[in-house]
Structure formats: C-alpha cells, structure tokens
Design a protein around this ligand. Sequence first.
Ligand code: HEM
Length: 485
Amino acid sequence: VSGKKQYQARIRACGHPPRPVPYHLPFGLDLVCHLVWRLWQHDFVNYGWEILDVPGRTVELNLLSRRIIVTDNPENIKAVMLSQFGEFKRDHAVHNAFHNIFGDSIFTSEGESWIRAKNDIRPQIAHIRPADLTTTEFHIQKMFDLIRTKPDGINVYEAMDRLQLDIVTDVFLGRSINSLTMKRSPIQDAIDRLVEMSMLRIRVGPMGQFLPDWLLAPRELKVLDRFMDGVVDKALAQTKEKPDAEADGNLNLVLEMAQKGRGRKYIREQITGVVFLASKDPTAITIAWAVLELARNPDIMASLRKEVEENIGLDRLPTGDQLKRLPLLRNVIRETMRLYPPLGLNVRQARHDLSLPSGGGPNGKLPVAVLQGQQVAIAVTHAQRRAEGLIDGETWIPSRWEGWTPKSTEYLPFNIGPRICLGRNFGILQVEYTLVRLLQEFEGFAWLDGGDRERKMKFKVELNAKAAEAIVCRFVERGMSRDGV
Ligand code: HEM
C-alpha cells in the first residue's frame, strides 16, 4: 500500500494521470490480450481511434504493471520531440532488442555518442550527389527487367525493397547487394530474419534478453558479419593505401568514416544502422503506398503522367532540378506520407519524473504526469489523419495540399526536433525518381484486387508500419494498354 501511495504522490507532484484505457483483470491481463488480438488483426489504426477518443487525446495503457502513455495531442508531441527533448530518451526496449545487430549505431545511441554519430553520418547522407541518380537509374533498369518477367502482376513492396537495398548499399557502401538480379539474396534474407528476431524480442519484453541472435539466427548473423566486415575492411585498407582519396571526390559513407580514423567496430555499427535499418524500409514503403494509391486513382495517375510528360518528357531521364518542379508529384508524396507514415508510432522513455503539457484531468487540459522509465507512444498516424483543417482525413487526396499547410506537430513523417531524419532529402528523391521513371516507362499500373477502390488497407506494425497485405500490381507496357488500366 505504501508503494501505491508513494506512486500516487509522485504522480501528483508532476501533474495528473491521463485517463486509463479501462481493464478488468489484475495487471491489465484482459487489456494485453485485447491489444495483442488487435495487432494480430492489423487493426492498430482503429484501436488507436477508439482509445484516443477522450478529452485531451492522451491515455494510459496499463500492461502487466507497465504504464504506457499514448497520445496524438500536438502539444504533447511538441514537448516530447522538441521543447522537452532532453527529458526523454529512445525507448530502451528497442535499444536492447536491436543491439545484437546494430550495436551502438546512431539509432541506439544517446547523448555524446549520438552527436558524434550524427556528425559522422550527416555529411554523406544529407546531401545528394549527382552520381546518386546515375546509380539509382542503373538499379531501376534491373527493376524494370524484373517487372517485365511478371506481366501478370508483381508484389510492389518486395520489388521496391530490393531496389532500395541495392541502391543504398551501392551509394553508401560502394558495393551493391544486387538483390534484383538474384532469385533470393542471402544477405537480404539474413537482414530480414535478424530484424524479425529483434521484433520478436521487443514483443516478448524482458524475456527477450534470453533470445540472442547467435541462438535464434546464427547462420544469418554469420552472413551479415561476413558482408559487413568485408566492406569495412576494404575501406580501412583503401584508406591506409591512399589516405587523401578525398581529392577525387569519390568518398562514400564507409570510406569517409575510415578516413576520419574511426574504428572498425564503430564504422560497422553505424553503417549497418543507416543502411539496413534507417534508409531502405521507409523509402520502399512510401513508394509502394504511392503506387497503390495511383493505381486506385487512375485520374490522378493520368494527371501525374501528363505533368511528367510536359515537364520532362517520357523518354528523357529526370534531373534532380526537374523533379523539384513537379507540384502534383510533390503533393502525391506528401499525401502518401500523411496517410501512411512509415513510422506510425514513435516511442520515447522518460529520463526522470516529468509532466507533459496536456491531456490530464477530467477535461484533458491539465498537465499529465510521466514517471521515470515510463514510455510515451506518439501516434503519428492518428495525428496526421486528424490534423487541423483536414476534411476527410482518412482518404488519399493529394489536391488538398494546394490550399492547406499543416502544423509541424500534425505532419511529422520524418519526425521533428533534434532527432529528425537525416536522410529525408535522399529518401524523397528516391520516391520522386522512382515514381517518375515508372510513369515514363509504363503506360500505367493496376492493382489486382478486384477493383475495390474504397477498401481501406490495413497496416502491419513491424519496425515500420507497412501494408498488411501484398500490394500486387500489373504494369502495362507503353502502347499496349489492356482492359483495367
Ligand atoms: C521516406 C523515407 C524516410 C522516412 C519516412 C524516414 C523517417 C524517419 C523518422 C520518422 C526518423 C526518426 C526516428 C525516431 O524518432 O526514432 C528517422 C530518423 C533517421 N533517418 Fe530516416 N526516413 C526516411 C529515409 C531515410 C533515408 C533514405 C536515410 C539514409 C540515407 C535515413 C536516415 C535516418 C537516420 C540516420 C535517422 C536517425 C536520426 C537520429 O536519430 O538522429 N532515413 N527517419
């Protein structure tokens, strides 16, 4: 009892508790079962709407004596990511689960080591080099070849995932995995399995520490080790041989870190994090959603193709400048990331007892108490679907952006504040370039799902949120239009 009293005193000292999501069994066992069931059903969006439908849009989930605060309240989002940034850290569960593969990469580090990693990585990934588009085009051609081997439909996310993997390994490591030209790439399989195992560790909570990768996926760990060690050792050897290679302007991420004198383990962890965790997944997911929505909205696809034809032509490769001058393309991408942010839920952990500005008390307007170690989950998807001034926020309508500018706390696909995405320019360029090239190369694409345009796709929540079902599209060659496209 004294523990409970102490707990309540700590809450009172910081503010108010938010409304709890109701539960009936001890330790919230019924809540845990219900949550697992809804996630299993890929129904996290609807579940979020249900629980957040309270004044102040901030609730508390009591899960096996852990208290998780869930919010899509813009004031609280601003506090967590921006104004009270220093009072939070990244979630320890994610850190522990991924530590096996990514060690202390930028994603899992805090404080000074995070700043150092940021300074090391930013110069290479924040700016686009002219050669990046040449490299991208090289791999896009391989993807076109793959699409042509499947005239009756291709799994779009899988194709985009391979494309992005091949591009980012080429650009940042100087050695492409070339998964598009293989039936199955052992490295891609290894990384998929290792990420899956890390997600399993997150799901089983503290038990995860007894499930290391050397036990669960020893073969995959070895495959990844061999590839990454090869890349890093080559860069270190090259640097030893030619310490001033900078002069030929040919540095990639791994070479630059080697030249800065960073150690083998450090370089390996950073590049593994950037290449396999940060970059390929959200970009591939965004392209896949955009392709799906264009396929479901043939009028918008036709207007976009016209925009490309008039400004670039169908037979000329786009330049970076041209891509930035296509307003409909820009709105298609913004709207896709509004409706389907790859990081749909972003979690932070309180460093000490603190209060968030809003969501407490009966009217939801009083400060909310968060105690040391407790998690705050930001429902990005929900914030973006109910932003101020939105009409029909759950529908994909690119033209809404012609007269609407959201607040940064209500549109944050790349996050806001000090931990904003470092690769956002590169990611957006990839989405722009790939969509334009698909529209130039093919007459159109059709979603092979019986044509139900209104049906809402469900999300599968993994590391990122992606479509729960395969998005299978048929791409039609120019001049060979068939029924349905
Ligand atoms: C459409 C594509 C992308 C989306 C939607 C996206 C989204 C995000 C988000 C939401 C975060 C914040 C994570 C957090 O708060 O926990 C983030 C961080 C990051 N992203 Fe991206 N990202 C994309 C592409 C990329 C690419 C292509 C790269 C690399 C070339 C990249 C590199 C990073 C890095 C290094 C961070 C960590 C920043 C830090 O912790 O300081 N991202 N990204």
